[in-house]
Design a protein around this ligand. Sequence first.
Ligand SMILES: Nc1nc2c(ncn2[C@@H]2O[C@H](COP(=O)(O)OP(=O)(O)OP(=O)(O)O)[C@@H](O)[C@H]2O)c(=O)[nH]1
Ligand SMILES: [Mg+2]
Length: 485
Amino acid sequence: MKNSSNVVTFIDLAGHEKYLRTTISGLTGAFPDYALIVVGANMGISKMTREHIQVAIALSIPLFVVVTKIDIAPEKILKHTLKQLAKLLKSPSCNSKIPIIMRKKKDIDTCLSKDKFIDRITPVFLVSAVQGDGLDRINLFLSKLEPRKPWRHNSTLDAISEEEKEPAQAAQAAAAENKEGDPVEKAEQEATKEAEKEKEQHAEHKKDEEKKEETMGELEIDETFAVKGVGIVVSGTVTGGKIGTNQKLFLGPFSDGSFKEVQTRTVHIKRVGVEFALEGESCTVALRFVKRKDVVDRALIRKGMVLVSEVTKDKVSSVTGIYLGSVWAFTAHIMVLHHPTTINPGYQPVVHCGGIRQTVTIMKMSTERLRSGDSALVDLKFLCHPEFMHVNRPLIIREGNTKCIGRVILLHPEYNIDDNSHFKQIEEQLKEERVRQEMMQQKMLEKEKDIQSAMGGKKKKDKDKDKDKDKDRDKDADYRSRRKY
Ligand SMILES: Nc1nc2c(ncn2[C@@H]2O[C@H](COP(=O)(O)OP(=O)(O)OP(=O)(O)O)[C@@H](O)[C@H]2O)c(=O)[nH]1
Ligand SMILES: [Mg+2]
């Protein structure tokens, strides 16, 4: 661990239907960078394979498939399995993926260098765990994967929360995003002097934010331990900033919505003591309550609780612009993948969102009722206790055979909404966002075309890009190695 430059963490989730709840929690709460779906060559595509692929896609986790036991699968059966798999992946329910079998090492480079792996290409590996066939290719592939930041779902969220606060600022952010875009549009936006001024202010504000983020930290708890002689230890993923030793943090929300001040004693990554853990790393943290009256039993610390460097009450955070407190309810945009009849207000399914898993009540819906295939905005209220939520994070709603996917749009610290007017506002914002996204996509496509037409320069560009990537990696490794073990 100390000498390695590249560490891959595997999270082994359960395959059996009985444990689907746990598997979904693992996929939402452990923030995996990629999902590795294992299929038995001799067994074919099972109901659970479909379910797991669907959940990974709903959570926008890029996936790849390992078809194992090729040593014992008759050729005819293997062919049938691969055909079934291709059919499933290419279907619209899987966002029309493009499965590609990785037969040679070269295929891996081709697939990764296209930078499209994240999007639609789904690598498929054929292996025998017993005879070792194909394992070298998986190892090579794993060593080349880049980490993602699956807990970050900012684009829209920032636009929405900022628009709520200050429409002008949000427009500025959008203008900045479109920097390289349409010159006419740019000219229009820059026409007024006021806009310029605000732009400067925005840049300054951003600098301040960056400075503050240096000392910021957020960890989502997925397990707790009571260690003899150490006390309470929590484990989880760092979802913002860094978590270090002797850092002052807030732990919560407890069932009354409160946060308690704690200080970290030690931080471990894979059982090795470190000075700090960076965003994206899984770690365990030993805690000490700062005030004696705050000391609580380990049993009161739940999955989905957080350690945060800042808690704001009744307002958005000055650092992230996001509400940092406990919320009782939220508005989500959901799509019903399957429901036997209709969903109406009052319905009580379970929501999985990050490390959170709790029963909610549907309070309001933007449509009268929801059937399979429908989508709508819904207000969901937690049944037992408030939670720490992130806007724009994907969620999965389940109850029996019912399955909905969606994302968090708006947080309600307390729920006291009488009418449906907020749905209209959000719908407007979502529409704007879709237009913005389409524009961006269009621009990306145009750029891609430009690159392709300039084929001569392409190879060099790729090389430069690889060089940059290597540089980044070196820098990252350097930063990590400077951390004291
Ligand atoms: N012949 C052969 N057997 C394999 C291969 N891969 C796995 N197995 C066997 O399949 C059995 C099940 O493997 P597991 O790794 O436990 O499967 P799993 O999907 O993790 O099962 P759960 O954890 O129960 O969901 C074991 O007995 C393995 O030895 C392979 O490539 N060839
Ligand atoms: Mg297993």
